[in-house]
Ligand binder design. Structure first.
Ligand code: SAM
Length: 268
């Protein structure tokens, strides 16, 4: 018991250290955002003791993950035969039956049967887990992911944003061990890692953006991956409502696209 408490204290201390270190680095690089940083600290610091409670978040996330996976598989089995991506009405049907990002990712990956899926932004690993489960059920394909935890950025009205992990947890901690053989996770900044990875992979069947939702980074990632998608390859993006980047990009490319629950889907 004492050992557990000590271990928890150690994890929390390390988590705080990483959090403050990353915030300090962000502040030094962005002194113009000092007001946003202080606003964030005043608003959020009060919740940190609650957030660091042992495994509270982990357990509830695990529960939702497993329950949603079961539901998603049932939806896929029921509706997959009725969906034909050449047909616009299929997208209307998908809009009705798929509730969230995980369900959309699972359905698309099962249906497209890709060889290579690339995603940016892992955090707890919910999207990675659903993509990997779909690849596993297809018995084909690999997922390459890039993630840099503790990344601060501002969006909208200079609002500071951070996707943090619970103390002691690493990127992708929710991904079940049995699915990891199809997974290559790179920890690092998308600006450094994405150009190297696309060069190495050459061809990507599906790209999914879910890292930093700023106009600059979204546009950077779409541009980096677009030429590596084959004809009919998919560019997917979460939170396309954060900026005009997705709309601007796909209109510029003059391709078919759909937006489901804040997720953009463009077909090359
Ligand atoms: C919204 S979360 C990802 C959620 C995940 N895709 C899911 O659905 O479960 C965004 C992740 O991207 C990471 N991130 C933010 N900026 C990044 C950057 N410049 N390079 C790599 N990862 C970044 C964040 O630290 C966070 O882990």
């Amino acid at each position: 018991m004492q050992n557990n408490s000590l271990e928890y204290l150690k994890r929390t201390a390390l988590w705080f250290y990483l959090l403050l270190k990353s915030l300090l680095a962000y502040w030094i690089g962005h002194p113009q955002n000092t007001v946003s940083i202080f606003r964030f600290l005043i608003k959020k610091l009060i919740y940190i003791p609650k957030f660091t409670k042992r495994n509270v978040m982990t357990e509830s996330q695990k529960y939702n993950y497993e329950e949603n996976l079961e539901t998603t598989k049932n939806i896929y089995n029921k509706y997959a035969p009725k969906v034909n991506f050449k047909n616009r009405s299929s997208y209307k049907l998908l809009k009705k039956i798929l509730k969230d990002k995980e369900q959309i990712l699972y359905f698309l990956v099962r249906k497209y049967k890709p060889t290579v899926v690339l995603e940016t932004g892992v955090a707890a690993g919910v999207s990675s887990g659903f993509i990997l489960q779909a690849l596993n059920d297809n018995k084909k394909g690999s997922l390459y992911s890039i993630d840099l935890p503790f990344q601060w950025y501002t969006y909208g009205n200079n609002e500071l944003h951070l996707d943090s992990l619970p103390p002691g947890q690493n990127s992708g901690y929710l991904v079940p061990n049995k699915l990891r053989n199809r997974w290559r996770l790179t920890l690092g900044d998308t600006y450094q890692e994405l150009p190297k990875l696309v060069k190495k992979l050459r061809k990507i069947n599906i790209f999914f953006h879910d890292s930093e939702h700023t106009f600059k980074t979204m546009t950077f990632e779409y541009n980096q991956t677009w030429s590596h998608l084959p004809k009919k390859g998919l560019l997917l993006s979460d939170d396309v409502n954060f900026t005009t980047a997705f709309n601007k990009f796909v209109r510029g490319k003059k391709v078919k696209y759909f937006v489901f629950k804040k997720i953009g889907i463009a077909i090359k």
